[in-house]
Write a protein of this length. Structure first.
Length: 436
């Protein structure tokens, strides 16, 4: 019996996923437990195993396509099995459309140019083209008007662009951009042969303005939406302060020299800041909070988000109950979560429920910046680099900067300043903080 494979929902906030790789193709036999395809949410990457054995009879999406959660991705059954009831109304017609193409393959040489423009615009002026095909077209300058679509519903897919390139159907990048915008160049009779000459002449100027265009990833879209909402809906204000990091740096040096035997050699400055934040946050409930629908949600525990830079974008996994953990535990959690974020292996639950966020640009030499609050949190801490400064007695000391951005709708300036001052005091005497 044929079965539908649907796109799983990885977390309540996930609405769609993008298929990154088909591990099995249409016509391949799969056994229960075999990986069918890989996909990404806005924050993590997953593999989808087969729940039953059989042959992949039909696929509903290509690599690079965004698929809604719980929507069908493919059909697994046995060869020759009737799957019309699972395909829906449009799919059987789609299969009938493709059969004549195979039969007409031999004489299609002359019919192709006439059929392509009509097939590429099946609904009004909307061009159906997959993201991968679009990127390839822009990179190669293929003549899109000469491409014959073979994808579902008259869609141009990557193999169609490659077929046109193999046939020598090349134009310019500018022509591809025009075609994608719906501007189709007029073709005069007998103009096919010299069509490549203008392309060669235009190549130098095209190279000067060459660029690569790619659609925003799911992660980037989520970040953009979140940051825009943060800046447009909150009353954000940033306070900057610094502290004498002499004792903090001395303790870090001690850990590097003698901490290995106790499993503490890999503790970083950022781990120490996260530890201090976890201890101080519970004293300031309006900062250790979320503002949701006009209500302040004050957390019972310090669930500290640590911003991680990844190839897919900025992710913020959360160290839960940080106020209860030792420095070694905070350090271990931070490394595990950062590694999982970079590898795309964190669950949505590990990146939700944060009450406060710490973001560190100090390692990149940033002396001061304005971090943007991660909604619906009420504050975020930016950690800056150390800068040598002079005391009144002429001695030089390493000053580390901290930037606290808070939502003035939920937090007033005085409580925010008190939190920042107490945090600076704790970090300045970090060895004493460990004794509490």
């Amino acid at each position: 019996m044929a079965n539908l494979v649907i796109m799983p929902r990885q977390g309540q906030s996930v609405e769609s996923c993008i298929i990154t790789t088909w591990q099995k193709k249409k016509g391949d036999r799969v056994n229960e437990g075999d990986i069918i395809f890989s996909y990404e949410t806005d924050k993590s990457a997953f593999d989808e195993p087969a729940q039953f054995s059989g042959v992949i009879l039909h696929t509903f999406a290509e690599e690079g396509d965004v698929v809604d959660c719980l929507a069908p991705v493919c059909i697994i059954g046995e060869e020759g099995e009737d799957i019309s009831s699972l395909l829906g109304g449009a799919a059987p017609a789609e299969e009938k459309k493709e059969e004549p193409k195979a039969e007409d393959a031999a004489p299609a040489e002359k019919a192709e140019p006439a059929a392509a423009p009509e097939a590429t615009k099946p609904e009004g002026d909307r061009l159906r083209i997959s993201p991968r095909a679009k990127n390839l077209a822009l990179k190669t300058g293929v003549d899109l008007s000469a491409v014959t679509p073979t994808g579902p519903h008259g869609r141009i897919i990557e193999r169609d662009v490659n077929a046109a390139l193999d046939a020598g159907k090349v134009g310019t990048t500018a022509a591809v951009e025009d075609f994608l915008r719906g501007i189709v160049p007029e073709k005069k009779e007998g103009s096919e042969a010299p069509a490549s000459a203008p392309a060669a002449a235009a190549a130098p100027s095209a190279d000067v303005y060459a660029y690569e265009e790619a659609p925003m990833s799911n992660v980037r879209k989520v970040i953009a939406k979140s940051m825009h909402a943060s800046l447009s809906e909150m009353a954000q204000l940033t306070l900057n302060a610094s502290f004498d990091a002499t004792r903090l740096l001395a303790y870090r040096k001690l850990l590097k020299e003698r901490g290995e035997e106790m499993g503490l050699s890999k503790v970083t400055i950022n781990d120490m800041v996260l530890f201090a934040v976890g201890r101080i946050l519970p004293k300031f409930p309006d900062i250790n909070a979320n503002l949701v629908d006009g209500k302040i949600r004050r957390f019972a525990h310090a669930n500290v988000g640590c911003a991680v830079d990844t190839d897919r974008g900025l992710l913020v996994p959360v160290i839960t109950c940080a106020e209860k953990k030792t420095l070694a535990e905070v350090s271990a959690d931070a490394k595990r979560l950062a590694g999982g974020a970079r590898e795309g292996k964190l669950s949505p639950d590990e990146m939700s429920g944060g009450s406060f966020t710490v973001t560190n640009l100090g390692s990149l030499g940033v002396e001061s910046f304005t971090p943007v609050i991660n909604p619906p949190q009420t504050a975020i801490l930016g950690v800056c680099c150390t800068v040598n400064r002079l005391k009144a007695d002429g001695t030089v000391y390493p000053a580390m900067g901290l930037s606290l951005t808070f939502d003035h709708r939920a937090v007033d300036g005085a409580p925010a300043a008190k939190f920042l001052k107490e945090l600076c005091t704790a970090l300045e005497s970090f060895d004493l903080l460990l004794a509490k």
